[in-house]
Design a binder for this molecule. Sequence first.
Ligand code: PMP
Length: 428
Amino acid sequence: MNRSESLFEQAQKTIPGGVNSPVRAFKGVGGTPVFIERADGAYLYDVDGKQYVDYVGSWGPMILGHNHSAIREAVVKAAENGLSFGAPTASEVEMAELVCDILPHVEQVRMVNSGTEATMSALRLARGFTGRDKFIKFEGCYHGHADCLLVKAGSGMLTFGEPTSPGVPADFAKHTLTATYNDLESVKALFESNPGQISSIILEPVAGNMNCIPPVEGFLEGLRALCDEHGALLIIDEVMTGFRVSLTGAHGHYGVKPDLLCLGKVIGGGMPVGAFGGRADVMQYLAPAGPVYQAGTLSGNPIAMAAGMAQLNLLREPGIYEALAAKTEKLALGLKAAADKAGVPMSVNYVGAMFGVFFTTEEKVTRYQQVTQCNMEQFNAFFHGMLEEGVNLAPSAYEAGFLSLAHSDADIDATIAAAERVLAKIAA
Ligand code: PMP
């Protein structure tokens, strides 16, 4: 038994399932999760001393690579003044100005501690502002684990959502309407059958929780137009895509204006940070300026602000997103070529510093339904084969992969070479 295996056995005695967040447990792909000791640049090092090229990046924050010196130094410097004050600080003001400066549609912003808090609070605000309870989400999009967001499409003729988890009352799920991603007609139909009742649409502008699915042409623009027509707010959840698809996120990349924007991951540089912001008239509805309540003891934490600002300031340097996009394209096309060479059917999607590989005969994957029909056995074999080769991919066929600035051409070439070996075995 190696150290990861014995730690996992030990962990399961005191931590449910041995992990503090479910997807880490390798439930979908089987086997024992790798316990990490340290990380640097493009690499993770496990507790048994093995090195991995990492394409998870702590699920998104590590866009500059792990353990970046500027971020580490900013954190250490901030920590010298104390860890938390529960009172306003200059660094929060600086962070808010930085975010509003980079993102033109964010006129005001509120800091929170996770992506879940960001989406949950943005939805409450949208409901409070419009005085409407219902909202639309898309099947396959994930927005954190708030009750009303853990909802799937109701079956048959029902338009009511159904809880995806015990503990979520059906009464909480019934205001969640579920539409099909990349299908404007499904959204139109919901607006028509619920006139004047829909507060908002929340979506991932590039879906990253059903592998990686960019919006088809006209989809985001169509949602914007439907919201305008029906007096609903467009909530763009950029927890994953923010400062990753481009400096101005996916909404900037595709040129669509949100009413509210949710942020997380990259904005904290690895510290627990989320944020939501947008139109000033809507944000002014938030306590203490307005009536919609939202709060947080550790929100705007000075260490977290220092880490986030250090990262965002580095990301503003020219050429960063061109470099990230070029690395991502090289990897995605390299993986596809490796699959073609081995004769394993594969489709790839990529945008900015996000990518996804699909084990499917379909040429292009644009719908959740197609993702569910991918060959999961091949994905699992690919995941474990790559891990064995020293390449860390997300342990689920429903997660996007992430590049960082620290991934060198040599890292990417080595990853593609590893994929050629693994895919040849899968084909055999
Ligand atoms: N929204 C999106 C799009 C996400 O990908 C995630 C997490 N992966 C969340 C919200 C929730 O963020 P957190 O895990 O920080 O609560």
